[in-house]
Design a protein around this ligand. Structure first.
Ligand SMILES: *Cc1c(COP(=O)(O)O)cnc(C)c1O
Length: 218
C-alpha cells in the first residue's frame, strides 16, 4: 500500500468534494486493514464472492461498493449490506435489486452505468436508451438511483478521455433535469480511476474509483 500516494489522492478529492472509493479487488485483507488504519472506510469490489468474504472478515463499519458488472442471480448475496451498486445497466437487474432490497427490508442505492468509451467491450446504457429506461425505474420503490457511472476508454489520449467524461457530465445534467429534478439525492457521477481521476474530477466527478495507484498493480 502506498500511503503517501493515498494521502495525495485523498487531498485532491477533499479539495474537490469528491469521494474516494478505494478499489481493493484482488488485494488481501491486510492491505485493506492498512488503509482502514489511515481512516479509509469506503472500499470497492467487483467480484461477489470476494466481496462477501471480505465483508464477513473485515470491520463492520466499512462501506462496501460493488463496482463491477453484477449478475442478477448474485444480487441476493450482497443485498443485505452493500452500500452502493455502481454499474446497473438493465431494468431486469434493477428489478432484481429491488426485489432483494424488499426482502431485506431496506433501500439499495444504485448508479446507472453509461457506455461512454469508444471500446465496445464495456457495459452500459447508450444515449438512445435514456427515455425508455428512466421512466420505467420509478416503479422500483426500494431502489434509490443516486446518479450515473461511466468508464473512459483505456488510452493515453487525454483529450479523448476528457471528452468522454464531459459527455457523462452532460448526460447527468439532462437526466437530472428530465427525471430527477425533485430528488436531491440524485447528485453522484462516478467516474475516474488511477489513470484518469484528475481529468474526471476536472469534469465534475463526485466519486473516483481508485485501485492500483493506492494498492499497487494487480
Ligand atoms: C478495477 C476497477 C477500478 C480501479 O482501477 P485502477 O486502474 O486500479 O484504479 C475502477 N473501476 C472499476 C469498474 C474497476 O473494475
Amino acid at each position: 500500500m502506498n500511503s503517501k500516494e493515498y494521502q495525495n489522492i485523498l487531498n485532491i478529492c477533499k479539495e474537490n468534494e469528491t469521494q474516494l472509493v478505494a478499489v481493493s479487488k484482488t488485494k488481501p485483507n491486510k492491505d485493506i486493514l492498512e488503509l482502514y488504519q489511515e481512516g479509509q472506510r469506503v472500499f470497492g469490489e467487483n467480484r461477489v464472492q470476494e466481496l462477501v468474504q471480505k465483508h464477513e472478515q473485515l470491520p463492520k463499519d466499512i462501506k462496501w461498493h460493488f463496482i463491477g458488472h453484477l449478475q442478477k442471480n448474485k444480487v441476493k448475496y450482497i443485498a443485505s449490506f452493500v452500500q452502493l451498486i455502481h454499474a446497473v445497466d438493465s431494468l431486469s437487474l434493477l428489478k432484481e435489486i429491488n426485489k432483494k432490497a424488499i426482502q431485506n427490508n431496506r433501500t439499495i442505492k444504485c448508479l446507472i452505468q453509461f457506455h461512454i468509451a469508444k471500446e465496445d467491450s464495456k457495459f452500459g446504457l447508450q444515449v438512445e436508451d435514456i427515455d425508455i429506461f428512466f421512466p420505467k425505474t420509478k416503479e422500483f420503490k426500494n431502489v434509490e438511483i443516486i446518479g450515473l457511472m461511466g468508464m473512459a476508454t483505456f488510452t493515453n489520449n487525454e483529450k479523448q478521455v476528457n471528452n468522454e467524461f464531459k459527455l457523462l457530465k452532460n448526460l447527468f445534467n439532462k437526466i437530472k433535469e428530465n427525471y430527477f429534478k425533485e430528488q436531491v439525492s440524485f447528485k453522484e457521477i462516478s467516474m475516474g480511476m488511477s489513470g484518469d481521476y484528475k481529468i474526471a474530477i476536472q469534469n465534475g466527478s463526485t466519486m473516483v474509483r481508485v485501485g492500483s495507484a493506492i494498492f499497487g498493480t494487480r
